[in-house]
Design a protein around this ligand. Structure first.
Ligand SMILES: [Zn+2]
Length: 338
């Protein structure tokens, strides 16, 4: 039984429009009592897996539909640009864009945060011994009836989490420079760009490169809207998929750069401006008023474009010499942890 919904229909339309310009695969199928849905992976650009690669991911949490829609808005723009923009075509000859726009189709269909098994996918990775998850919110094993359920420790990862990790390992781990941006909504009044770790306040290895990229963003788009900070400053998570992938990348390629970012769109502003939204299950996580939705759909296109350009031109930020790297590290500690 297949049960479609708006975002899945829009993704199918875009895949048709992209045609042979994209390499599309079905990473897995989610089977549940309520229906059956594919998880699609999309790759644009060179087939050389060592080329700089940007991954854009959405729909990990089923209530945060706006995340998938923001990713689809970027895919839509790319599908049009590929028809006429020789600058983009040239850039994609030496870089790659990788997408999983809808990681948790069952959750979107069922209008719930978790997947159909009740598991919070962003708490479902093997737990690192250093993890200090914030109580409940940071992952719990009490019951799938309470949010943030991690699944049973003796069980393998859920099919959606496994599909995302396998695809990222295949498509990102060979890249000289990799950046990921996983789009969520629901926390705070401002749009945050979070970097690792989620499990601990301890700084991650690529903190100097993270500051270099932040400075490049600040200089290039001085009016950007993002608060850039370690995820663990807001709360900590056990079983975070991006921590898990980051650790995997580091052991596979200790000399290369990977920055897994989370874009956490601040949904409390939408609630404040339209308090009746609180009565709707999706209202806490999505702009429901049409003009606010359109504003959100265009708001992050510049960020994705910037991330693609920065990833494709890594000499400007991702390859500091030892001296500069030390200085960046000290300045980053001051800025993000001071
Ligand atoms: Zn989320």
């Amino acid at each position: 039984m297949s049960r479609t919904f708006r975002e899945l229909g829009e993704l199918d339309r875009l895949l048709g429009k992209l045609g042979g310009q994209a390499r599309v695969s079905t990473l897995a199928r989610v089977e549940a009592a309520e229906g059956s849905w594919p998880i699609h992976g999309i790759v644009l650009g060179t087939t050389d897996r060592s080329a700089p690669t940007l991954a854009i991911v959405g729909g990990v949490h089923g209530l945060e539909r706006i995340g998938t829609r923001v990713v689809l808005a970027y895919l839509h723009t790319l599908s049009e640009l590929l028809d006429w923009d020789s600058v983009l075509q040239k850039t994609l000859e030496r870089s790659r864009l990788v997408f999983v726009p809808l990681v948790n189709p069952g959750g979107l269909f069922l209008r719930r945060r978790a997947n159909p098994n009740g598991v919070d996918l962003m708490r479902n990775a093997p737990v690192h011994p250093e993890s200090h998850g914030t109580p409940l919110l940071g992952g719990q094993r009490i019951s799938s009836r309470i949010p943030w359920y991690m699944g049973r420790p003796e069980h393998a990862m859920e099919v959606e989490a496994r599909a995302l990790c396998d695809f990222m390992e295949a498509e990102l781990f060979g890249a000289q420079v990799a950046v990921a941006c996983d789009v969520h909504s629901g926390f705070g009044f401002v749009d945050r760009l979070w970097f690792p770790y989620a499990r601990t306040r301890r700084p991650f290895h690529h903190l100097p490169e993270m500051l270099a990229l932040t400075r490049l963003l600040d200089a290039t788009l001085p009016n950007h809207v993002y608060a850039i900070e370690p995820q663990a400053r807001s709360y900590t998570i056990a079983g975070d998929l991006w921590d898990h992938l980051y650790d995997g990348f580091r052991s596979a390629a200790p000399e290369r750069v990977f920055l897994p970012l989370t874009l956490e769109m601040g949904s409390w502003t939408w609630l404040k401006k339209n308090p009746r939204q609180a009565l709707n299950a999706l209202g806490g996580f999505n702009p429901l008023v049409p003009h606010r939705l359109r504003r959100t759909l265009r708001r992050h296109l510049l960020l994705f474009d910037f991330l693609h350009r920065a990833t494709a031109s890594p000499d400007s930020w991702a390859r500091p010499d030892t001296d500069l790297r030390d200085r960046l590290g000290a300045a980053a500690f001051e800025r993000f942890y001071g």
